[in-house]
Design a protein around this ligand. Structure first.
Ligand SMILES: [Zn+2]
Length: 267
């Protein structure tokens, strides 16, 4: 089967442009559609950034099947959001929206990206969600993170040089649309307004009085959708006694060294 992407459709967006060597990242968020990260885990990225960590995003597709807007507009919106979030890198792998598969070809593409950025922690789409792309991407990301650690899988970087094997220590799946009970929730209260601004950067996708195109409304373009997103964060926040939190599911046991890292509120 021919790869569903070309070298031209890949490439770096936003602040990464011009860097010859990609930065090693601490946290890499991976998402099938540009805007999934903003909805699911932008607050956590912002908090980790405040904590001195290097953060980045890899989008698998350009969201070209979205009912509203175009792939080009979506790329501009993603670049704008990357500025708002202060990302150290953002890249689009140019897989086919709706039709990518969790198979060797796509796993190898993603392994290249994981080995390029060498993150300790990966934030990934949910393993199951309203949009079937999300669940398929969640499994693709989990599998690629594991396979990336196998030294006998050989890959090369953008310059054709062999890459070192690399396995992220944790993969956490951000809860996006359908509700699932989280394994843990992350207090994002201090950065919640910035997270909302990163979502609003996608004015073609979500409710915005500035978007003038006469296109059909979608499940996510109504004011109610954004209100529900805010409500979800409040619900996760309430579980730990803070105003806003993001929820994650881990497939692996989390190890703790220090109880001081815990939010300790009266709940
Ligand atoms: Zn999506």
């Amino acid at each position: 089967m021919k790869p569903s992407t070309t070298d031209e459709s890949r490439g770096s967006g936003g602040p990464l442009k011009g860097h010859l060597l990609p930065p090693k990242l601490d946290i890499l968020a991976i998402a099938v559609h540009p805007d999934d990260v903003e909805l699911g885990c932008a607050g956590t990225l912002l908090m980790e950034k405040m904590n001195g960590k290097k953060i980045g995003v890899v989008d698998l597709t350009r969201g070209e099947l979205g009912t509203r807007g175009t792939a080009e507009l979506r790329a501009q919106e993603a670049a704008r959001s990357a500025e708002i979030l202060g990302l150290d890198a953002r890249e689009n792998l140019g897989m086919a929206d709706g039709f990518f598969r969790n198979d060797e070809e796509h796993q190898r593409l993603l392994i290249r990206a994981i080995r390029k950025y060498r993150p300790e922690i990966v934030l990934a789409n949910s393993l199951e969600d309203r949009h079937p792309d999300h669940g398929r991407a969640g499994h693709l990301i989990s599998d690629a993170c594991f396979l990336s650690g196998l030294r006998k899988i050989e890959t090369v970087d953008d310059a054709g040089r062999p890459q070192e094997h690399w396995r992220p220590k944790y993969v956490f799946h951000y809860i996006q649309d359908r509700y699932y009970a989280p394994s843990f929730v992350y207090d994002v209260t201090p950065v919640f307004e910035t997270k909302l601004a990163s979502i609003r950067a996608y004015s073609s996708q979500f409710f915005s009085t500035e978007y003038g195109e006469n296109e059909p409304q979608t499940y996510i373009s109504t004011p109610e959708f954004l209100n529900a997103i805010i409500g979800r964060h409040q619900m996760f926040g309430k579980m730990i006694g803070v105003p806003y939190a993001e929820g994650f599911i881990t497939e692996k046991m989390i190890g703790v060294r220090n109880f001081d890292a815990f939010v300790q509120m009266d709940t």
